[in-house]
Design a protein around this ligand. Structure first.
Ligand code: GLU
Length: 438
């Protein structure tokens, strides 16, 4: 039988970046070993509706391209299984009922009072002395199983062979091993991955979400999407938060990661989330992205700002900006001149390039020549600019800038032929006429 791993999130509503990493490493491990990846929802202490609980997780995993083979299995559907095992452990004498004053009775497991050792996939030979730890609650006074109990039962029943999870579970592992022993079961192989730190060197936390937002650091998958990160950039970036294939290799497709992933290359020191690196990577994936897909990905950003747009115009905008943007959400501001129905004139630019000496005369000549052109291609627009420049015995900038201010309202836009091309003939001539009246 091949290996079997699982991703077992507690459904908190969203998929956190740390959970993406856990899911990804387990997914990569399963695919590398041609094994099975199980999705299990640990919802025994969530009083939520199942579909709602699942939505953020499923949407997030699918967006990242992390597809599972079995599940989702809900722990809340398996309460009878846990009761059965609770009874069995109680009958064996390893667990006892304890009164929780004011709450009811809890079933408590007598853990092994010794040093528990295991060979960690990441940390290597590990051991923890749990002889002074309190006994382990298996069933809470509300009669629901605890995480530690349900997790052991399920990992065993689902034949899970490897468990990759965060270092925050290091304290649970020896207690879980103790439970496996009491049940006469072989524990899976455990591997614990390092914490993810934020740029301040603190543990990445949802509580700092506002601060992170300000620097473009996404904490949950939904934010990654909203900020205009591509899934392949997020997956590649998250893969490197604690794992490295060795050498300098950083940019990898999911298939390359599958080929290279081994748990023994997961590091033991906390990984730091560096936003600049994510931005750099996202920029690279934007440039690699086929234009048709990029148009569809950017459409919501443009249309939520400026309303529905013809696909050809979107395509032209994307083509013009693909090389320079690092996040898709930069696009609306950069293409305002093209999509906003009315332009706003920058008073300084107008004073300097249009109403100052010569500006209007240059613009009038440009209008006459441009209205003769069939298409605003690069060569045609450049020859118009050159002719007008020569006529006025001036520099190119003194011709291009009045035109740019007239058609965009300001002095910054893509190269002038691109600016004219995206606006199209009718708009260009109308805006020039408008500007001539200023
Ligand atoms: N539901 C647990 C968590 O989200 C799973 C831990 C584990 O992988 O055992 O932390």
């Amino acid at each position: 039988m091949g290996i079997r791993v699982r991703f077992a999130p507690s459904p908190t509503g969203d998929l956190h970046i740390g959970s993406v990493r856990t899911a990804l490493y387990n997914f990569l491990h399963a695919r590398h070993e041609k094994g099975t990846f199980v999705l299990r929802i640990e919802d025994t202490d969530q009083k939520r509706n199942k579909e709602e609980a699942l939505k953020g997780i499923v949407d997030g995993l699918q967006w990242c391209g992390l597809h599972w083979d079995e599940g989702p299995i809900f722990q809340s559907d398996r309460l009878d299984v846990y009761s059965r095992y609770a009874k069995k452990i109680e009958e064996s004498g390893r667990a006892y009922w304890r009164d929780d004053p004011g709450k009811g009775r809890a079933l408590v497991f007598r853990i092994d009072r010794e040093k528990i050792a295991w060979d960690d996939l990441v940390h290597g030979p590990s051991a923890r002395d749990i002889s002074l730890d309190p006994d382990l609650v298996l069933v809470k006074s509300d009669s629901f199983p605890t995480y530690n109990f349900a997790c052991v039962i399920d990992d065993h029943e689902m034949n899970i062979s490897h468990v990759l999870r965060g270092d925050e579970h290091l304290a649970n592992t020896p207690k879980q091993i103790s439970l496996y022993r009491a049940l006469g079961w072989e524990p899976p192989r455990f591997g614990h991955m390092p914490l993810i730190m934020d740029p301040d060197g603190e543990k990445l936390s949802k509580r700092k979400i506002e601060k992170y937002h300000g620097i473009g650091l996404p904490v949950i998958v939904e934010e990654c999407r909203a900020l205009g990160y591509l899934p392949e950039a997020i997956v590649n970036f998250v893969a490197l938060l604690g794992w490295s294939p060795g050498g300098d290799l950083e940019l990898m497709t999911l298939d390359e990661m599958i080929e290279k992933f081994t748990a023994d290359r997961i590091g033991t020191t906390p990984a730091r989330f560096l936003v600049d690196k994510l931005l750099w990577m996202n920029g690279i994936y934007i440039r690699k992205c086929p234009i048709d897909r990029l148009v569809e990905l950017t459409r919501p950003y443009i249309e939520s700002t400026y309303g529905p747009q013809p696909v050809e115009k979107l395509r032209e905008a994307v083509r013009q900006q693909q090389e320079r943007i690092k996040r898709l959400d930069e696009l609306p501001a950069l293409t305002k001149f093209a999509f906003a129905p009315k332009i706003e004139y920058d008073a300084k630019a107008v004073a300097k390039w249009l109403t100052a000496d010569g500006g209007r005369a240059i613009l009038g000549d440009l209008r006459a020549e441009l209205s003769e052109l069939r298409a605003f291609d690069k060569a045609a627009v450049e020859s118009v600019l050159t002719r007008v420049m020569e006529k006025h015995k001036t520099k190119l900038g003194n011709v291009a800038q009045p035109l740019r201010v007239a058609v965009t309202g300001g002095t910054v836009s893509p190269p002038i032929h691109d600016t004219l091309a995206i606006l199209g003939r009718e708009t260009v001539l109308a805006r020039i006429d408008e500007a001539l009246k200023l």
